[in-house]
Design a protein around this ligand. Structure first.
Ligand SMILES: C[S@@+](CC[C@H](N)C(=O)[O-])C[C@H]1O[C@@H](n2cnc3c(N)ncnc32)[C@H](O)[C@@H]1O
Length: 247
């Protein structure tokens, strides 16, 4: 039977149990140091994965993507291959002289590539989980970035102002929209992520309009992008939405 696997750095993740023969085959083919088997889905507000080690023992690695280095412990922290195109897209937008606030920075999934390629003046990368925060700070150093400041905190306890807000989270993200508007200058852009059923694809736009008006902003323009199929009939989408404050 064909073995489907995902590779993060020199670690391989599989979805089913493997025979000794199959483990040998994968190790020969990929030269991986460890094989993990996913046990349950990514869960909780920290978006933590659950794995069982079926070969090797080390779970820390450095993954390379679009010329960026991401150090992480694969057994403790998620790394979504499905978001690869979005990580690249966000890094090519162009953010010259902008202050960017990444509200759910993780290990720097968006902050690292956008700081490296999109030319922002400053990126504030906020992360609540101390393990992810540790790797975020490591990744800022690894990628030699001088324009990123990592903040270990719940984003709701941080006060800042920015031109662009990244909301790379899909766990009731709309509940953080009031906070996102409090971060936004008089004009700016929010990149709003949500998981939504195909039949109600307009829901993120309605939510953005609702929270904009509530916070005295006008939704000026927007574009919705489908990132990946999240579940049958459900999309992970991102909306690039431009706002300006009512005066
Ligand atoms: C894992 S990332 C999302 C994945 C990412 N967009 C990608 O491309 O793979 C979400 C991060 O937000 C963090 N987080 C959740 N709630 C938070 C909060 N209130 N303040 C700051 N960070 C938070 C989680 O700990 C997690 O590291």
């Amino acid at each position: 039977m064909k073995i489907k696997y995902q590779r993060i750095g020199d670690i391989v993740i599989v979805k089913r149990e493997l025979s000794t023969e199959e483990i040998k085959k994968i190790v020969e083919k990929t030269k991986c140091k460890t094989i993990l088997k996913a046990t349950t889905h990514i869960t909780g507000e920290f978006r933590e994965p659950h794995y069982k080690i079926i070969y090797g023992k080390e779970t820390e690695t450095i993954h390379k993507e679009h010329g960026c280095l991401f150090k992480l412990d694969v057994a403790k922290i998620m790394y979504s291959q499905g978001n690869i195109k979005e990580r690249e897209r966000i890094s090519r937008i162009g953010m010259k002289n902008e202050v960017v606030i990444d509200m759910f920075a993780g290990i720097g999934y968006f902050s690292i590539p956008l700081a490296k390629y999109s030319n922002p003046k400053k990126v504030y990368a906020i992360e609540k989980n101390p393990t992810s925060f540790y790797y975020l700070t490591e990744n800022i150093k690894l990628n030699k970035l001088k324009n990123v400041t990592a903040i270990l905190s719940d984003n709701r306890d941080v006060s800042l102002k920015g031109d662009r807000i990244i909301m790379g989270y899909i766990h009731k993200t709309h509940k953080f929209l009031d906070k996102a508007f409090s971060f936004l200058k008089e004009e700016g852009i929010i990149h709003y992520h949500e998981t939504v059923a195909e039949s109600i694809l307009n829901r993120p736009i309605e939510r953005l309009k609702y929270y904009a008006e509530k916070n005295n902003y006008k939704l000026e323009s927007y574009k919705l992008y489908k990132i990946k199929k999240y579940a049958p009939g459900v999309w992970h989408v991102v909306v690039d939405a431009k706002f300006c404050a009512y005066t």
